[in-house]
Design a protein. Structure first.
Length: 192
């Protein structure tokens, strides 16, 4: 189910690359909606809910999410267009230009948004799932699983840079921190 989650998020990433803008960001939400609907195991959907002692599960989860993203990136390599390459290069350039602290802090924003979106779904409030994804995309906040898709897609399109690996590690760390902010701030009110 972790591979499946990566494939679903990668599918959302592909539609964003093809459409771009607000419409692409809204359509990307299809990936998260399906992850929650199917009970797929997404790193940013679980990091704020799992007990801390189960952290090793998250390591396996992010690795398998990346495998699913690689499958989606292979599919994306057959859907090439000028818009896809331009949108992909914009994302890659932004990640490469960001400082380590900018990547860490902005990634924390994504983690918080993702946990609140999933928290809302667990409370039977589904609009945060629909709006959370466009919010972090339109703010330019990194999502470690979506970035795994973009980085593997960059390999297929010949625009990959090895400096993306540290950027990805910072996004994972930042997402994890952000995913835990709701439970840290809400305490017992978080309920998980």
């Amino acid at each position: 189910m972790s591979i499946f989650a990566g494939l679903l998020i990668g599918t959302g990433g592909l539609v964003y690359l093809r459409v771009g803008g607000v419409a692409g960001a809204v359509l990307f939400a299809f990936g998260l909606l399906c992850v929650v609907m199917c009970g797929a195991q997404l790193f940013t959907g679980k990091a704020g809910f799992l007990p801390y002692r189960e952290f090793p599960k998250l390591i396996a989860m992010i690795a398998l999410n990346a495998v699913g993203c690689a499958i989606a990136a292979l599919i994306a390599s057959y859907c090439s267009s000028e818009a896809v390459v331009a949108n992909l290069n914009t994302i890659i350039d932004a990640r490469l230009a960001a400082s380590w602290h900018k990547l860490l802090i902005t990634s924390a924003g994504t983690g918080m948004i993702m946990t609140l979106a999933v928290y809302g779904a667990r409370q039977k409030h589904y609009l945060p799932l629909l709006f959370g994804v466009p919010v972090f995309i339109l703010c330019g906040l990194p999502h470690c699983v979506a970035d795994a898709f973009y980085y593997v897609a960059a390999m297929f399109y010949g625009t990959f840079d090895w400096a993306l690996f540290p950027a990805w590690a910072l996004a994972i760390a930042g997402n994890y921190i952000g995913c835990n902010l709701p439970r840290w701030f809400m305490g017992e009110n978080f309920g998980y």
